[in-house]
Design a protein around this ligand. Structure first.
Ligand code: SAH
Length: 260
């Protein structure tokens, strides 16, 4: 039976695909990819006779029709997507028509650009006693935000926020965060083309000046915005240590030296 796999290609660097994703590419009969660096990932490992196709210029219906047409006999078909397929990837819109036709479907997770951007900046998205929560979201654009998920509401948690699809809306990001009580000096990280070999750009600024800095650097696409109370903690003189490695803290795999 044919199977359609939705595979996360990772954020750009072809080395950031999972081993499982790579193995599937090696055996795939047909691959439909989205984005230029994703194509490099596909080309690097696909069989010479694999049908590799760019979905640029195809609408959702054409994509679905292509996947259905390829999913015959015992074929392995891949929809290769940036980052993780479950984040802003129209996954369910593609899965439902396949389900309707009884076509088997699988998903291979990928390294999201949120994680790659934090890694690029050597940032931890969580820090003990500072923030233990990460919100992956976007600013309202053409896609309306569901009730309770507007940025001013989410920003009130004062935890880490990773904003996808929002780099052209930095003015709104600034206004919403100020409304939610963040300070003008709050540090912000913007990463453009995180992990893309030779093209990654890291911009650091504050809520007050990040927009100007991004304008100067001409960054208006493919960028992640991270705002976090833990931002820059690499350089803090003192941080609360994680209990995980605390000598006095036992967990399932390690007995404490001294009981607390
Ligand atoms: N599924 C993807 C997100 C797709 S939505 C993931 O998990 O990463 C597209 C948005 O993702 C872009 O607007 C941008 O905000 C972000 N993005 C994708 N690749 C990126 C990269 N290499 N660097 C920074 N941001 C990226």
């Amino acid at each position: 039976m044919a199977k359609v796999w939705f595979v996360g290609a990772g954020p750009g660097d072809p080395d950031l695909i999972t081993v499982k994703g790579r193995h599937l590419i090696e055996k795939a009969d047909a691959i439909l990819f989205a984005g230029s660096l994703v194509s490099e990932t596909a080309m690097r490992w696909a069989k010479p006779d694999c049908q590799v196709m760019d979905s640029k210029g195809m609408d959702l219906e054409e994509i679905i029709a292509w996947l259905i047409a390829q999913a015959q006999d015992e074929r392995t078909v891949i929809r290769l997507q940036t980052g993780d397929p479950g984040l802003y990837g129209a996954l369910i819109e593609m899965v439902q028509p396949l389900d309707e036709r009884g076509i088997d479907v699988g998903v291979v997770p990928g390294v999201s650009s949120a994680m790659a951007s934090a890694a690029a900046g050597v940032e931890s998205l969580t820090l003990p006693e500072v923030t233990q929560t990460v919100i992956l979201t976007r600013v309202e654009g053409r896609t309306p935000m569901p009730e309770g998920e507007s940025l001013p509401e989410l920003a009130q948690h004062h935890c880490t926020l990773c904003l996808f699809l929002s780099i052209t809306l930095l003015k709104k990001v600034q206004a919403d965060l100020l409304d939610a009580g963040w300070s003008e000096d709050a540090p912000i990280l913007v990463v453009h083309k995180a992990s893309w070999p030779g093209e990654e750009k890291i911009i650091r600024g504050t809520l007050a000046d990040i927009r100007e800095k991004c304008r100067t650097e001409k960054i208006n696409s493919q960028a992640m915005i991270i705002i976090s109370p833990a931002m820059g903690s690499r350089h803090w003189p003192e941080i609360k240590k994680s209990k995980l490695y605390d000598k006095r803290f036992s967990h399932r795999f390690r007995k404490a030296a001294h009981k607390i």
